[in-house]
Design a protein around this ligand. Structure first.
Ligand code: UT7
Length: 314
């Protein structure tokens, strides 16, 4: 029997209307556009409207991806949502999203791996499809980070934003996703967390930064080695959008020029699990990716968790 692969069919994304730029932020906390730009490369972030939920944003992104997939919603047989900020403890965001989209019967569940959530969800959907457990999967990353950010803490509130990104994957005889790699080390939980019983995220930024640079450097090498590839075989790096300095450090380790790295962090900040699919959709819609090109997706986040996916476009 021929092997089954999962192929990325379409992408979609959504950013809330309200933009909070660095100038506005510097009137809220003791910071400046210069500091934020120099340390993070972030210029603005989008903030969900009062009453606008994670499911609302996930629905908007999913509808765009589904619209471009040519599939009927009933053909979707797997819905996975990566989120750290569900609207409710249960039912899962995926179940509410499924119902909003008018699908019945598909398996639907959430994945929680913070900023690495989308890569975890993509890897999970890929395994479902490869094993014959699903044929058409909707994979979404969505976050309402603005509701777990302490807007009086200048060391964290400058970083995060809200939004959603989505992809549709279908079974195919051609790859598609070439490999996925997932890791976690829970012994670092205390460096980036919403502490027990508290409402807002707390982060030791400097320690997280150093670990992110080291770990992402390692996972891109692991991904290349698993596929017998060199960095020069990668056409596009699509990294987690947390801080442009982390992105530049990873590109430098790979020896990749920044022209081949998708960078969207300036206009939406760190949208955790939505960052990678937001960047992917942005570059896809700008026509950056050509059929047959090789894309390396990677992310790092709370847990710590980290992961990557190597895929062929088109
Ligand atoms: O998605 C994965 C999760 N998160 C990340 O990847 C984020 C990882 N960390 C980072 O991106 C960086 O650590 C930050 C951007 C958060 C901070 O940059 P940094 O270069 O690590 O700065 P720092 O924390 O070492 O702070 C340097 C100085 C401090 O002042 P002193 O102690 O040197 O006087 C801070 O108090 O900058 C000060 N500072 C600020 N100043 C102006 C911290 N936040 C701000 C601010 N505006 N917003």
């Amino acid at each position: 029997m021929n092997p089954i692969y999962s192929r990325l069919v379409s992408t979609g994304s959504y950013l809330p209307e309200r933009i909070l730029d660095n100038a506005q932020l510097s009137r809220m906390v003791d910071t400046s556009d210069e500091w934020i730009m120099a340390r993070t490369g972030i210029r603005a972030r989008h903030i969900a409207a009062p009453g606008e939920s994670s499911v609302d944003m996930a629905t908007a992104a999913a509808l765009r991806a589904l619209g471009d997939s040519g599939l009927d919603i009933q053909e979707i047989d797997l819905v996975i949502v990566a989120t750290t900020t569900p609207d409710q403890i249960f039912p899962s965001t995926a179940c509410i999203l499924q119902s909003r989209l008018g699908n019945r019967g598909a398996a639907a569940f959430d994945v929680q791996a913070v900023c690495t959530g989308f890569i975890y969800a993509l890897a999970t959907a890929d395994r479902f499809i490869r094993s014959g457990g699903a044929r058409h999967a909707l994979v979404v990353g969505v976050e309402t980070m603005s509701r777990i950010v302490d807007w009086t803490d200048r060391s964290t509130c400058i970083l995060f934003g809200d939004g959603a990104g989505a992809v549709v994957l279908s079974a195919s005889s051609e790859p598609g996703i070439l490999s996925t790699h997932l890791h976690a080390d829970g012994s670092y939980a205390g460096l980036l967390q919403v502490p027990e019983g508290e409402k807002y995220l707390a982060m030791q930024g400097n320690a997280v930064f150093r670990m992110a640079v080291r770990t992402l450097g390692e996972i891109v090498q692991e991904t290349l080695a698993a596929n017998g590839m060199q960095a020069s075989d990668i056409d596009w790096l699509v990294p987690h959008q947390a801080n442009v300095r982390i992105i530049q450090a990873t590109a430098e380790k790979l020896g990749m020029p920044m022209e081949r790295v998708v960078v969207t962090v300036a206009h939406h900040g760190n949208v955790s699990a939505a960052s990678v699919p937001l960047a992917l959709d942005d570059a896809a819609r700008r026509g950056c990716f050509l059929p047959g090109q090789t894309l390396l997706l990677e992310a790092f986040g709370g847990g710590f968790t980290w992961g990557s996916a190597l895929l062929r476009w088109g």
